[in-house]
Design a protein around this ligand. Structure first.
Ligand SMILES: C[S@@+](CC[C@H](N)C(=O)[O-])C[C@H]1O[C@@H](n2cnc3c(N)ncnc32)[C@H](O)[C@@H]1O
Length: 285
């Protein structure tokens, strides 16, 4: 005999069905995302595309495949900033890039690149360090719509002042305006910053390693995942890094003790910059 369920329990069932429908209809698995933030985003999507009902959203998800890019975008919070947490970019400039300078070719994987703000910040750092010509940045994200925006490199002009301040705090050598132009209320980043950037879809829940890299950045992405998925990602990053390669996570992220101690040595633990240990190649988390 069924018992009476309250609204919250019913919504929990709807969320589970939504995740299942996403997986079976489109092959994207959100079952290991942190449930509270996933629910928040499913509710927002339901407001936008389901008249406020997750069940109605599921119906559209199943029957209107063209809705998928909007669903992925809505589920994945593509919020970012240029030189976000400037002290991290300052440390990359001072401590990491000089170590990368000895490599004839520098590969950087930026996982979860959102609208590209971090990618262009990195390109500027590399340019100012004289390393950009021999660098390749692979910028990946789950959301194809976010990747399209990232490729365009066009942002609201209102961000310019903050980003300029961030650039200075990150140790910028020139003026931020050297790298962009302002027109019609928009800030357009210089196209030459994109010349060594490859944008591609990559799903951290399912896809394998993307490239062999000297530096992997994945900031403010793992916070949305449950622990087993975080561990999967850290194993992926470790396997993608050359020996002694660098990993940079977001300030609110803590790699599990296993990852921190066994696979990565801290370069600056407060800034979440680590270095892959030389001794543990092949070791699993
Ligand atoms: C909050 S943004 C972080 C942007 C940038 N890294 C930063 O720190 O400013 C999180 C990004 O992770 C991406 N993301 C979420 N789940 C993902 C997955 N399974 N695989 C790849 N990217 C994912 C989202 O699409 C979003 O663009």
């Amino acid at each position: 005999m069924s018992h009476v369920l309250d609204e919250i329990e019913l919504e929990g069932i709807e969320l589970d069905l939504f995740v299942e429908a996403m997986r079976r209809r489109h092959g994207y698995d959100f079952s290991q995302y942190a449930p509270a933030s996933l629910l928040r985003r499913a509710r927002l999507l339901a407001e936008r595309h389901g008249g406020g009902s997750i069940s109605a959203l599921i119906h559209r998800l199943l029957h209107e495949p063209e809705l998928l890019p909007q669903l992925l975008e809505g589920l994945s919070v593509p919020a970012s900033d240029m030189f976000r947490d400037p002290s991290v970019f300052h440390a990359l400039r001072e401590q990491v890039l000089p170590m990368l300078a000895s490599h004839p070719q520098i590969n950087i994987w930026q996982a979860g690149c959102a609208h590209g703000e971090e990618v262009y910040s990195l390109a500027i750092l590399l340019e100012e360090a004289g390393l950009y010509e021999r660098s390749q940045i692979f910028a990946t994200d789950l959301s194809t719509r976010a990747l399209e925006r990232a490729h365009e490199g066009i942002y609201p002009l209102r961000s310019a002042q903050q980003w300029s301040r961030n650039y200075v705090a990150a140790g910028g050598l020139h003026s931020f305006s050297n790298y962009c132009s302002a027109r019609y209320g928009l800030l357009k980043l210089d196209r030459r910053l994109r010349r060594n950037v490859t944008f591609a879809q990559h799903n951290l829940t399912a896809d394998e390693m993307f490239c062999e890299a000297q530096l992997v950045l994945c900031r403010n992405v793992l916070i949305y995942f449950t622990n087993p998925l975080q561990q999967r990602c850290l194993a992926l990053f470790r396997d993608s890094l050359v020996r002694d390669g660098f990993l940079c996570l977001g300030l609110r992220e803590r790699p599990g003790a296993a990852a921190a101690e066994a696979d990565f040595a801290p370069v600056d633990a407060n800034l979440r910059i680590y270095r892959r240990g030389a001794a543990m190649s092949g070791r699993r988390l």
